[in-house]
Design a protein. Structure first.
Length: 83
Protein backbone atom coordinates (compact mmCIF):
# COMPACT_ATOMS: atom_id res chain seq x y z
CA UNK A 1 0.00 0.00 0.00
CA UNK A 2 1.54 3.28 -1.02
CA UNK A 3 1.37 6.38 1.24
CA UNK A 4 -1.41 8.04 -0.80
CA UNK A 5 -3.70 5.03 -0.40
CA UNK A 6 -2.93 4.90 3.31
CA UNK A 7 -3.92 8.58 3.75
CA UNK A 8 -7.16 8.03 1.81
CA UNK A 9 -7.94 4.95 3.94
CA UNK A 10 -7.32 6.86 7.19
CA UNK A 11 -9.55 9.75 6.07
CA UNK A 12 -12.31 7.35 5.02
CA UNK A 13 -12.18 5.45 8.31
CA UNK A 14 -12.27 8.72 10.28
CA UNK A 15 -15.24 10.00 8.27
CA UNK A 16 -17.19 6.77 8.71
CA UNK A 17 -16.44 6.72 12.45
CA UNK A 18 -17.65 10.29 12.90
CA UNK A 19 -20.88 9.52 11.01
CA UNK A 20 -21.49 6.46 13.21
CA UNK A 21 -20.79 8.50 16.37
CA UNK A 22 -23.23 11.19 15.26
CA UNK A 23 -25.90 8.61 14.46
CA UNK A 24 -25.70 7.03 17.90
CA UNK A 25 -25.39 10.34 19.77
CA UNK A 26 -21.84 10.02 21.07
CA UNK A 27 -20.34 13.43 21.81
CA UNK A 28 -16.81 14.22 22.89
CA UNK A 29 -16.58 16.27 26.04
CA UNK A 30 -13.18 16.74 27.55
CA UNK A 31 -11.17 13.54 27.50
CA UNK A 32 -14.03 11.05 27.40
CA UNK A 33 -17.07 10.44 25.29
CA UNK A 34 -20.63 10.78 26.51
CA UNK A 35 -23.90 9.54 25.14
CA UNK A 36 -26.42 12.25 24.49
CA UNK A 37 -29.98 11.12 24.82
CA UNK A 38 -32.32 13.11 22.66
CA UNK A 39 -35.23 14.31 24.71
CA UNK A 40 -37.85 16.99 24.67
CA UNK A 41 -36.30 20.42 24.64
CA UNK A 42 -38.12 22.63 27.17
CA UNK A 43 -37.39 25.77 25.16
CA UNK A 44 -38.83 24.22 21.99
CA UNK A 45 -41.94 23.09 23.87
CA UNK A 46 -42.41 26.59 25.30
CA UNK A 47 -42.08 28.12 21.85
CA UNK A 48 -44.57 25.63 20.38
CA UNK A 49 -47.10 26.54 23.08
CA UNK A 50 -46.56 30.24 22.41
CA UNK A 51 -47.03 29.79 18.66
CA UNK A 52 -50.24 27.83 19.28
CA UNK A 53 -51.57 30.60 21.52
CA UNK A 54 -50.71 33.21 18.91
CA UNK A 55 -52.42 31.20 16.17
CA UNK A 56 -55.54 30.99 18.32
CA UNK A 57 -55.50 34.76 18.83
CA UNK A 58 -55.06 35.38 15.10
CA UNK A 59 -57.99 33.06 14.37
CA UNK A 60 -60.18 35.06 16.76
CA UNK A 61 -59.09 38.33 15.17
CA UNK A 62 -59.77 36.99 11.67
CA UNK A 63 -63.24 35.89 12.72
CA UNK A 64 -63.89 39.29 14.31
CA UNK A 65 -62.77 41.08 11.15
CA UNK A 66 -65.03 39.04 8.86
CA UNK A 67 -68.22 39.11 10.99
CA UNK A 68 -70.96 41.68 10.70
CA UNK A 69 -70.88 44.76 12.93
CA UNK A 70 -73.42 43.47 15.47
CA UNK A 71 -71.56 40.21 15.86
CA UNK A 72 -68.36 42.20 16.23
CA UNK A 73 -69.79 44.19 19.11
CA UNK A 74 -70.94 41.01 20.84
CA UNK A 75 -67.49 39.44 20.47
CA UNK A 76 -65.83 42.53 21.93
CA UNK A 77 -68.20 42.37 24.87
CA UNK A 78 -67.41 38.69 25.41
CA UNK A 79 -63.67 39.41 25.32
CA UNK A 80 -64.03 42.29 27.79
CA UNK A 81 -66.01 40.08 30.16
CA UNK A 82 -63.44 37.28 29.91
CA UNK A 83 -60.52 39.48 31.06
Amino acid sequence: MNPFEMVVAIVAITAIASVVRAKYGVVRRGKGEDFVRPGPDPEAERLRAEVKALKDRVAVLERLATDSSTALEREFDKLRDRD
